[in-house]
Write a protein that binds this ligand. Structure first.
Ligand code: SAM
Length: 214
């Protein structure tokens, strides 16, 4: 999607993707990622997610990437954290202890100084990208985190029933895009029953899946 789409969603408070708790799949599967204390975790399209704080509590250094200044401001406000802000080319970097968030467009910001990324946590990033942006997204992540393992949460549904975002990502696509030897689908369930919002949008199936990619 174009940047304006997301800016508008944050301005209008249309942020139904935001959870008030830590993502249960992150809690359930994080140990399987083999992260060590001080590992750096990259969280693209992080919004104002509580997952950032949870990852930091596990002893990781957390680097979020987020387009919306509103999301970034609200993240630090909600968590009552004060950050040091530095300008970077194409954006700003907010740092507070083990958490830093690069505010700006992840495709255009200078992120050359983020250092070695050990893990990527993608919830709501790949599925936020329409099919014609996914090559660019995956190339960017590969460039930023060439040796990282990934915990990926996707959604899949009959595409003729709804326009994204979120966009459907099939298991076949995950396997094609990540092209790594070890891709495990560790969870997949139709969550439509619990999701009134997507039922109202006319879906007949909504599979949520979690992959560990090493
Ligand atoms: C579906 S939301 C997911 C947010 C978060 N991961 C979560 O679990 O709540 C997608 C987020 O990606 C951000 N985003 C979209 N395009 C972006 C870009 N080019 N660079 C950085 N962030 C972007 C949006 O502002 C939005 O907050």
């Amino acid at each position: 999607m174009k940047a304006d789409f997301w800016h508008e969603r944050w301005q209008n408070g249309q942020t139904g993707f935001h959870r008030d708790d830590v993502n249960p799949y992150l809690i359930r599967f994080w140990d399987d990622m083999g992260a060590h204390r001080n590992s750096q975790v990259l969280v693209p399209c992080c919004g104002k997610s509580h997952d950032l704080v949870w990852l930091a509590e596990q002893g990781c250094r957390v680097t979020g990437l987020e387009l919306s200044p509103i999301a970034v401001r609200e993240f630090f406000e909600i968590n009552e954290i004060e950050a040091v802000v530095e300008e970077v080319e194409g954006g700003r970097c907010h740092t507070a202890g083990p958490i830093r968030i690069y505010e700006g467009d992840m495709f255009h910001m200078d992120l050359s100084c983020i250092g070695t990324v050990d893990h990527v946590y993608d919830r709501g990033a790949l599925v936020a990208m329409p099919p014609d942006m996914r090559d660019q997204y995956c190339a960017r992540i590969r460039a930023l985190a060439p040796a990282a393992s990934t915990l990926l949460v996707t959604l899949d549904y009959p595409t003729e029933e709804m326009d994204g975002p979120p966009f459907a990502v099939t298991e076949r696509e995950v396997r094609k895009r990540f092209n790594k030897e070890n891709i495990q689908c560790v969870y997949c369930e139709d969550i439509l029953e619990e999701d009134e919002f997507f039922r109202a949008r006319g879906l007949s199936r909504l599979d949520e899946a979690v992959y560990i990619i090493k």
